[in-house]
Design a protein. Structure first.
Length: 272
């Protein structure tokens, strides 16, 4: 009987350890605080919100018209403090994180505003339109028992496949939740593996044979690694506390927001 063991057992994968190979990894000394939040009123909740703060990004991912899932990246000490807050204080902290205006160096503000105006005036497809921006909903409460935290880090297996075994999702790669790409990478792995196994079955290739599994490994590593390293770079850029980094952040976001084709390319690549 031909068997295939699929390692989908998370970042501490025993399947990955069993098949061998190097695992490149490092920790960020950050934690991802998660919770299920309820809004003050029902809304057409179809937009995921993310804000980059001096302490790290905070994001709301839609669940239904009244609720969203929170992912808040914080330094370890601050994350532990947030978890110990009362429910009311926790909600206040989340709303404050989304709405509070943080002081920026004037050179950064002036440069990004000037660049935004320039791009809007010379590019016919610029989407810089402050008046069309939607405001995120206000959080009213946190679901009891939904708060938790997990350590953040980077990880990548040198091998996704061996004879009779293959890795998918967090077993193969671990990524910062910034931009919400962890789940997209996992879904991409599943889709790619399913298509390759279906083609192999149609061709009469026994399940677990190495050749098609290596094809899966090649395709997914070529896609995953650039995105993972890009997200790692963004994390380091957004947690760097200096004027040059702040200016780079502002200019980068302004350019991508103004260039519709570039913005579309990033969105399409991240979702694939």
């Amino acid at each position: 009987m031909n068997l295939l063991k699929i390692g989908a057992d998370g970042a501490g994968s025993q399947v990955r350890k069993a098949i061998g190979g190097k695992y490149l990894s490092w920790n960020y000394d950050y934690m991802g605080v998660v919770a299920t939040l309820k809004f003050s009123e029902a809304t057409s909740n179809v937009v995921a919100w993310q804000r980059f703060l001096p302490t790290g990004p905070i994001a709301l991912l839609p669940l239904n018209d009244e609720m969203s899932s929170l992912v808040w990246s914080l330094p370890n000490d601050r994350a532990k403090q947030v978890l110990e807050l009362s429910a009311e204080s926790f909600v206040d902290a989340v709303n404050d994180a989304f709405w509070k205006q943080h002081k920026q160096e004037q050179v950064v503000v002036d440069t990004t505003r000037s660049l935004g105006r320039t791009l809007a005036s010379i590019l016919p497809f610029s989407t810089s339109s402050p008046g069309s921006q939607q405001l995120q909903p206000t959080v009213a409460s946190v679901e009891e028992g939904s708060r938790a935290a997990f350590p953040l880090g980077f990880g990548h297996a040198s091998y996704y496949a061996r004879l009779g075994a293959v890795l998918i999702g967090d077993a193969a790669h671990r990524i910062h939740p910034l931009a919400g790409q962890g789940v997209n990478l996992g879904f991409g792995d599943v889709k790619c593996l399913a298509e390759i196994l279906a083609t192999s079955a149609q061709n009469g290739t026994p399940l677990g044979q190495l050749k098609p599994l290596l094809d899966y490994e090649r395709q997914r590593q070529l896609h995953n690694l650039p995105l993972m390293l890009g997200v790692d770079g963004l994390h380091r850029l957004y947690t760097a506390n200096n004027t040059v980094a702040a200016l780079a952040r502002g200019v980068g976001v302004t350019v991508v927001e103004a260039l519709t084709p570039l913005k579309g390319f990033f969105a399409k690549y991240a979702a694939s």
